[in-house]
Design a protein around this ligand. Structure first.
Ligand code: PLP
Length: 293
């Protein structure tokens, strides 16, 4: 649940009072983008990476938010203070749409001010790896610009619902026999002892968790490769996991009913989980990135 008050267009309001016009282009056309930024121990996680991705999304959509990095930092500092100091993990949700127009029209003919909505939420701390999930493979029905963190998530919503209706927890998308990502996370496999993840492209989101994991693989000299992964490779992988800001790392135990490493937790993932937890703890104790201006 969002912590009150939430931020909407320069005002701090209770969530019940935060209203937007039905002529907002976010509502009419899903014309906007968003960010989800973890907070550990009241420190914003990898702020500059999240701000860089936000800027990339805004630029790709041609939206000028009117906010500088300094403005975002000031806003996030307020949100951080709202979080429970005894709750180790929280996150910031930020959504920016092109704004409210006077008449519904695909083409924006007038100068409009973007709508900015932002709040913080406390979440459960993940001390142990989340329970392993079952997934199904689905052809990627989403659009060609998965690299933009756009609010138009209908493709993912429908795919996830279909997966759940069929008794799976989530789905993994493929295109032309190549693995892309999951409905709301990136994907890693282990093949022949080497950790592999698909390269960034217009089809998938450049996850910040993925980025940190690649840094950790490098730092701890765990063999890895960023390369295209085929559907066959996925089926033969000895380990598979998903990565995202909210869920961190999620082991996959089954694909379309086929068990991965006999449904057991893989050794490589165990090691990476330890490196990840260590990184998160030292980050939340030492870093001062939330002071970025
Ligand atoms: C489609 C998709 N891919 C990957 C990710 C992982 O990104 P991050 O690690 O920055 O949360 C997300 C997160 O929401 C996502 O929606």
């Amino acid at each position: 649940m969002p912590i009150n008050p939430v931020f909407l267009n320069g005002k701090w309001l209770s969530i019940d009072q935060a209203m937007i016009s039905p002529l907002d282009r976010g509502f009419l056309f899903a014309d906007g983008c968003y960010e989800v930024i973890p907070i550990y121990n009241q420190k914003v996680f990898r702020l500059s990476d999240h701000l860089q991705r936000l800027e990339y999304s805004l630029q790709s959509l041609g939206i000028d938010s009117g906010y500088s990095n300094k403005d975002w930092v000031e806003l996030f500092s307020h949100l951080v203070k709202q979080t429970d100091d005894k709750n180790y993990k929280s996150y910031i949700y930020l959504q920016i749409t092109r704004g409210v127009e006077s008449k519904r029209d695909h083409i924006v003919k007038e100068a409009i001010v973007p709508t900015v909505f932002c709040y913080a939420e406390n979440t459960a701390t993940l001390n142990d790896l989340p329970e392993a999930i079952s997934v199904t493979l689905q052809e990627d029905i989403r659009w060609h610009r998965g690299d933009i963190k756009a609010i138009s998530l209908l493709g993912s919503v429908l795919a996830r619902r279909q997966a759940m209706d069929e008794g799976y927890d989530d789905c993994i998308f493929y295109r032309d026999n190549e693995i892309v990502e999951s409905s709301s996370s990136n994907l890693f496999i282990v093949e022949g002892g080497v950790v592999k993840t698909p390269p960034l492209s217009n089809w998938l989101l450049g996850g910040i968790t993925r980025l940190v994991l690649l840094e950790l693989l490098e730092k701890y000299r765990i063999p890895f490769s960023v390369e295209p992964i085929s559907v066959e490779q996925l089926h033969h992988a000895s380990e598979i996991w998903l990565s995202s800001s909210i869920k961190e790392l999620i082991p996959v135990r089954q694909i379309d009913g086929q068990l991965i490493s006999n449904g057991e937790m893989g050794e490589v993932l165990k090691k990476i989980w330890d490196c990840w937890r260590q990184y998160i703890h030292s980050y939340s104790e030492n870093q001062i990135e939330s002071k970025l201006t």
